[in-house]
Design a protein around this ligand. Structure first.
Ligand SMILES: [Zn+2]
Length: 134
C-alpha cells in the first residue's frame, strides 16, 4: 500500500507545473438591473474581458437566446425585456460552455475563427476544435 502511495507521489511530481496550477474556469457573475421594460447588464465590459470574446458575438447571442433586441451602450448591454440575473446567468453559462472553455482540456485559452459564415472555437492550449452553433 505504501508503495502505491509513493508511486502516486512520483506520478504527481512528474506532472508539468502548468497542469498542476490549472483551475477550472469560473464564469463571470452577471450584474443586472431592470429599468422600466428593459434589463441592463451593467458589467458587460468586465464579462467580455474575462471571457475574451467580441462584444458583438455575446450581444447577438443574448438577443437570439432571449428573443429580444440587445444594444450596447457604453460598458453596458441593454436588453429590451425583463430578465433576472438567474436567467441571464444560465445563458451566459451556456455561452461559456459552447464558446469559451475548451471541451477537451477545459481551459479558457481559446479563440473563435470564422470562415465562410461558420464559427469554430479553436483551443490554443491543446489544439481542439469545435463548431459553434450560433
Ligand atoms: Zn483544449
Amino acid at each position: 500500500m505504501e508503495d502505491y502511495e509513493k508511486m502516486l507521489d512520483r506520478a504527481r511530481a512528474a506532472l508539468p507545473e502548468k497542469t498542476q496550477a490549472f483551475e477550472r474556469f469560473e464564469t463571470p457573475v452577471i450584474e443586472s438591473f431592470q429599468q422600466g421594460s428593459k434589463t441592463i447588464i451593467r458589467n458587460f465590459d468586465a464579462i467580455l474581458q474575462k471571457i475574451r470574446r467580441d462584444p458583438a458575438i455575446l450581444a447577438k447571442y443574448f438577443s437570439k437566446e432571449l428573443a429580444v433586441p440587445a444594444t450596447m451602450e457604453g460598458n453596458k448591454l441593454v436588453l429590451n425585456g425583463k430578465f433576472y440575473d438567474r436567467n441571464l446567468k444560465d445563458k451566459l453559462q451556456a455561452f461559456v460552455d459552447a464558446a469559451v472553455v475548451c471541451k477537451e482540456c477545459k481551459r479558457p485559452d481559446t479563440k473563435i475563427i470564422e470562415r465562410e459564415g461558420i464559427k469554430t472555437m479553436v483551443c490554443e492550449a491543446c489544439g481542439a476544435r469545435s463548431p459553434i452553433k450560433f
